[in-house]
Write a protein that binds this ligand. Structure first.
Ligand code: ADP
Ligand code: ADP
Ligand code: MG
Length: 654
């Protein structure tokens, strides 16, 4: 293979380009409208525009991908993760078109694409699976009967599921009916198939997965485990290896089961066997095989020293693995954090925005796999992951210390991220000693709330914001020579600025004289340096450095020890606040309208579903909070709306 087309975007496209370059293989990128300026497009040796921003019209459009491959003379296709990576039909199509699909053979993908069939196959081969029901009778009565037999709590899962979608925990028989409806609706929307399986819900379960690797000559090994129990919405946030609970005996047992699973599939590339480990019984059970490269593969690379993408390419070309199980010895410890544009305090809802500054500290053992650079847009179309931070260390303690340092120094300004949440997580004593399970984040909602700040700390942000505005005013004054210079030095003139953050307000007043700022009770301050993006001041002999990004009236401020805060500068004369009209429903975040479930003139009851919105990977159903008649619908299916956009209006029935 001389050239490979990468049927993906973002950080994983960049990652694949790196290994191509290492092997002397030409990399061909594809991009949608929204990605025209993305770093990976520039990094590829050749890039081809394949369509509109919506993935359906670009990254998921098989015809366009195949056409781009032929046009560019690519001999292989790497699908990355997500998109077409676990699409057996696409893998087959590549073969039929004479292109090498860099992944396992299509039958393995197909066998694992359906959770019911996957479980049955694994049971046949003696791989332990979670006790449950995976039959074809999908009637409510049968699912209820099976749930009772399994014993509550149970977990309903979409057979076509992925990304945590179409899953519902059910605690008691009376909840089964609603849970089935909810899981089916979500599954149908996401996968076009609403079949379900039922599993015993493992209450203090740990998600432990094994990286597997096979070649076309029947060799299969595992490349140790990764623990990914820190999850929100059944999706991973942190991955680490070795797992804090792992010992040699358990690793031997789980590793053997993983290889057994891989052999059952005649697995011939990189994959991951996911297990849930029950801390109460010490048993572990098969969950699924992800038949692709995993987001968290760098953790394995860090402790094994292997380049998994390079190995994937070699395996797809038919080269033998040339590694035996005994060769695989983990070196030290690695942990990965996923930095997302999302709001932890608002149920980890994804957000859009522009990453105005993005930079990380130089720390030995740090690897950053990032989709963005300063100025990059996080759009509604794709996953809101900004970067993966991977730290290697001799042991867990050392690596975590480094990760905490990295998280405190990492600069990501312009959009709300989960950075402070990650910091709080790494500071939690139970996480530090490895005592956690998949319900950890649900059980510690405080980690997702913004930290309480003292008045002194808030004032420090206020000082930085005031100095920023003062400095901006000064530089304008020197340009406008008609204003008498020095008027600001007048001792009598006191400046004040009002800022708002969240529901709170901050009033900063100061006098400027002889190069010093007197902020009254907030302190005496000397401005040391200031630019458009950073400033430094001294207060009580201490230096404070702030990074700054501005968007309209909002200042994004970040300081290494204080974290970040967004301060909205309030206008001197506040605008009349816009009256929220009764009965209107607004978009909670930038979204795409997936489905409108009601019509104008229709009567609805309180709690009825009105419409389905999607933002990046999240789907939300908007429900009526009162009974009424749909008076007006202001949007159409498929349209994109900004936060606060009025979607529809209900008139009240008496
Ligand atoms: P799972 O491993 O939970 O089955 P999925 O197959 O849904 O997950 O997704 C695999 C990975 O692909 C996820 O970790 C997700 O971050 C990523 N992903 C999914 N959709 C997109 C997208 N539209 N853009 C970029 N990455 C995506
Ligand atoms: P997906 O294809 O969406 O990734 P998985 O079957 O891998 O679905 O499950 C996703 C997550 O849900 C797991 O990582 C785990 O945290 C949780 N989970 C899945 N099955 C169970 C179970 N039977 N008991 C407890 N938790 C489970
Ligand atoms: Mg999974």
């Amino acid at each position: 293979m001389q050239s490979i087309l990468i049927a993906n975007r973002g950080e994983i496209a960049l990652r694949i380009i790196k290994s191509c370059r290492k092997l002397g293989i030409r990399s061909i990128g594809v991009y949608s409208e929204a990605d025209a300026n993305a770093p990976y497009v520039r990094a590829a040796d050749l890039a081809i525009h394949i369509g509109k921003s919506d993935p359906i019209a670009s990254y998921l459009d098989q015809d366009k991908i195949i056409e781009a491959a032929h046009k560019s003379g690519a001999e292989g296709i790497h699908p990355g993760y997500g998109f077409l990576s676990e699409n057996a039909a696409f893998a087959r199509r590549c073969q039929a078109e004479g292109l090498i699909f860099i992944g396992p053979h299509p039958k393995a993908i197909e066998a694992m694409g359906d959770k019911a069939k996957a479980k049955s196959l694994m049971m046949e081969h003696g791989v332990p699976v979670v006790p449950g029901y995976q039959g074809t009778d999908q009637s409510e009565a049968r699912i209820l009967q099976e749930s009772n037999k399994i014993g509550f709590p149970v977990l309903l899962k979409a057979t076509a599921g992925g990304g945590g979608k179409g899953m519902r925990i059910v605690h008691q028989a009376s909840e089964v009916k609603d849970a089935i409806a909810a899981a089916k609706r979500e599954a149908l929307n996401a996968f076009g198939n609403d079949n379900l399986i039922v599993e015993k819900y493992i209450q203090s379960g740990r998600h432990i997965e094994f990286q597997i690797f096979g070649d076309q000559h029947g060799n299969v090994i595992h490349l140790l485990e990764r623990e990914c129990s820190i999850q929100r919405r059944y999706q991973k946030v942190i991955e680490e290896s070795p797992s804090p609970i792992m010992d040699d005996a358990l690793r031997e047992r789980m590793g053997t089961a993983a290889v057994l699973a891989a052999k059952a599939l005649k697995y011939d590339n990189a994959g991951t066997v996911e297990f849930i480990y029950d801390q109460q019984s010490g048993n572990f059970y098969f969950l699924e095989v992800n038949t692709r490269l995993q987001v968290e593969h760098p953790v394995t690379e860090a402790i094994t020293g292997l380049d998994l993408v390079e190995r994937q390419i070699q395996a797809a070309m038919g080269e033998p693995l040339a590694l035996e199980q005994a060769d695989i010895v983990g070196n030290g410890y690695a942990v990965e954090c996923r930095l997302y544009a999302e709001d932890p305090a608002n149920d980890f809802l994804p957000l859009t925005g522009t990453v105005q500054h993005f930079a990380w500290p130089a720390v030995d053992g740090l690897r950053v796999d990032s989709a963005v650079e300063s100025g990059s847009e996080i759009s509604v179309y794709y996953d809101p992951m900004i970067a993966k931070l991977i730290v290697w260390g001799k042991n867990r303690t050392i690596a975590h210390r480094k990760m905490r340092y990295v998280l405190s120094q990492l600069l990501c300004l312009g959009t709300t991220t989960n950075q402070a949440f990650l910091q709080a997580l790494f500071a939690h004593p139970d996480f530090q000693i490895g005592e956690y399970d998949t319900s950890f984040l649900t059980q510690h909602p405080d980690l997702a709330r913004p930290a309480e700040r003292s008045t002194a700390e808030l004032n420090r942000f206020g000082i930085a914001a005031s100095l920023y505005h003062w400095q901006q005013g000064e530089s304008q004054r020197t340009l406008l020579r008609s204003i008498p210079s020095g008027w600001r030095n007048n001792y009598a003139s006191s400046e004040h600025t009002d800022f708002a953050f969240g529901e709170s307000e901050l009033r900063m007043s100061y006098r400027y004289q002889h190069g010093r700022f007197d902020f009254g009770e907030a302190g005496q301050v000397k401005l040391l340096s200031a630019s458009d993006t950073a400033l430094c001041f001294e207060q009580d002999g201490m230096r404070y450095q702030f990074h700054i990004a501005v968007k309209a009236a909002t200042l994004h401020l970040q300081n290494e020890s204080l974290g970040s805060l967004q301060l909205l500068k309030k206008p001197r004369f506040p605008l009349k606040s816009v009256q929220k009209e009764a009965g209107t429903y607004q978009a909670p975040m930038p979204s795409q309208i997936i489905k409108i479930l009601v019509q104008e003139g229709q009567s609805v009851a309180s709690g009825d579903s009105l419409l389905v919105l999607s933002s990046m990977k999240m789907e939300n159903t908007l429900t009526a909070n009162q009974a009424g008649v749909v008076e007006a619908i202001y949007i159409t299916e498929g349209s994109n709306v900004e936060t606060g956009f009025v979607l529809l209006k209900l008139s009240e029935t008496e």
